[in-house]
Design a protein around this ligand. Structure first.
Ligand SMILES: Cc1cc2nc3c(=O)[nH]c(=O)nc-3n(C[C@H](O)[C@H](O)[C@H](O)COP(=O)(O)OP(=O)(O)OC[C@H]3O[C@@H](n4cnc5c(N)ncnc54)[C@H](O)[C@@H]3O)c2cc1C
Length: 429
């Protein structure tokens, strides 16, 4: 049903949650009602960023153009970075869009709204560690993951000149799911790079060290899952240092509580914080800049909603975890709340209730490990190996099914499968 409603919903952030919400509302109410703003022109699902960093996903092939998604799903897309909002006037400010040379492509714009939804995601949290922001890459955006990939290729070429036996040392700070997945993905990328040869004297090994300040990797997951992941990583030659705090990052080395560690490349995957611009909206935020929302995902301002990584929503005495799974469920809930708002109906009586289905961690393309919650078992169930990996891939698929439709997502998967036979397995340029 396309609406003639005059209500204007502006969604800022077309990531795991925001894009799904824009698609759900756009299909129903059309571009006159629903506007999506994003700082980038195309969408890559954030849980794939470790694959972008390792080169096993090519953003230029896999990224989905927002302009296409807007056309196919009936919402309006505005390209540009939100810089602030005038809540009294109900307007969002969007910065000018510039090309890589700084030339202005689109001017700064002001977008009026009746309902504003903020889903800006999160950035890496360096916890004021000296040198971290300068020398380490955080996998918090497609651009930073792509930057790491290029640095990796350059390091491989440089070390390759040294002849046989050389290694590119990669320090990954943070033993959560992102750090674990990246270490495993880089291990596979290293084997592929060695097979291609890359035109250097001898392709260096990729030597990974995964550093976790807590007593063990995958802290929030059950010990059995962490043990299985550690075993798998160690089997692949990844050094796992637990209970080791990074004190400083410098060019070529890390100072840690367990001594100095030389490294060519650093990845920071040790925590998140929401974008600082959220502090300037005059709304309550927590210590990591997340907007405080109620159990209806609404801020103190009745016209402003927030969800996903940039929001602190109550859940079991804590806040809803920053996961794609949560953003997906919140998008489905908000679609119902905002439909009622657009149509002038009473909102659904029930609050948002996060349902934890467990966590799956991909360990390369053939292995996975994780837990499933509830369901038939009614308790935690450990899953490992290819079963866990297939389940992990199916979560990825279901995001694309939401935004492209079942048929579109299936065709996309088939195109990827067959395309891989005619392309290098790691992006080499
Ligand atoms: C490597 C990696 C692996 C992960 N694996 C998993 C996993 O297996 N399972 C899981 O549940 N979660 C996983 N996560 C976490 C998950 O990706 C996030 O929780 C999820 O993406 C949050 O969704 P979101 O919509 O809040 O934000 P995002 O998906 O980060 O989207 C935010 C969007 O906002 C846009 N944006 C930001 N600032 C502005 C601005 N000022 N103006 C306009 N647009 C802006 C960005 O361009 C982006 O498109 C992983 C994360 C990483 C980095």
């Amino acid at each position: 049903m396309k609406s003639k409603a005059s209500h204007r919903v502006v969604i800022v952030g077309g990531g795991a949650g925001g894009l799904e919400l824009a698609v759900r509302l756009g299909r129903r109410y059309g571009a006159g009602v629903v506007t999506l703003v994003d700082a980038t022109p195309f969408h890559v699902w954030k849980p794939s960023l470790h694959e972008v960093a390792a080169g096993t996903i090519d953003i230029h092939r896999e990224g989905l153009s927002y302009a296409m998604l807007a056309h196919d799903n009936g919402f309006r897309f505005v390209a540009g970075r939100m810089t602030g909002a005038d809540r009294a006037a109900r307007q969002v400010q969007v910065d000018a869009l510039r090309d890589s040379d700084g030339e202005e492509v689109l001017p700064a714009r002001t977008l009026p709204y009746d309902t504003l939804v903020l889903c800006l995601g999160s950035n890496g949290n360096f916890f004021n560690t000296p040198g971290a922001e300068q020398y380490a890459v955080s996998l918090d955006s497609t651009a930073s993951a792509e930057r790491f990939r290029i640095e990796l290729l350059k390091a491989v070429a440089r070390k390759g000149r040294a002849g046989a036996g050389a290694a590119v040392e990669i320090a990954i700070v943070g033993g959560g799911a992102t750090g674990v997945e990246l270490a495993a993905e880089l291990h596979e990328a290293g084997r592929t790079l060695a097979a291609y040869g890359l035109g250097v004297e001898a392709v260096p090994r990729l030597d990974m060290t995964l550093i976790e300040s807590g007593p063990r990797i995958l802290g929030p997951l059950p010990e059995r899952v962490a043990d299985a992941a550690r075993e798998e990583l160690v089997r692949r030659g990844v050094r796992v240092k637990e209970g080791c705090k990074v004190l400083e990052v410098a060019q070529g080395s890390l100072r840690t509580s367990g001594g100095d560690l030389p490294a060519d490349l650093f990845v920071w995957a040790a925590g998140i914080k929401a974008p600082t611009l959220l502090r300037d909206l005059g709304l309550p935020v927590n210590a990591v800049n997340q907007l405080v929302v109620d159990d209806r995902l609404r801020t103190e301002d009745e016209a402003v909603y927030a969800f996903g990584d940039c929001a602190a929503a109550p859940w079991q005495g804590k806040t809803v975890p920053a996961r794609a799974q949560a953003a997906h469920q919140q998008a489905a809930y908000l679609a119902r709340v905002l439909s009622a708002r657009i149509e002038g109906r009473s909102p659904p009586a029930e609050p948002f209730a996060f349902r934890d289905f467990g966590s799956l961690v991909s360990i390369g393309h053939a292995e996975g490990v994780g837990t499933l919650m509830g369901g038939l078992a009614g308790r935690r169930l450990l899953v490992e190996g290819w079963v866990a990996r297939v389940m992990y891939a199916s979560i990825h698929w279901s995001h694309y099914a939401t935004v492209l439709g079942w048929w579109g997502a299936t065709m996309r998967s088939l195109a990827q499968f067959f395309g891989r036979r005619s392309r290098p397995r790691v992006k080499l340029h």
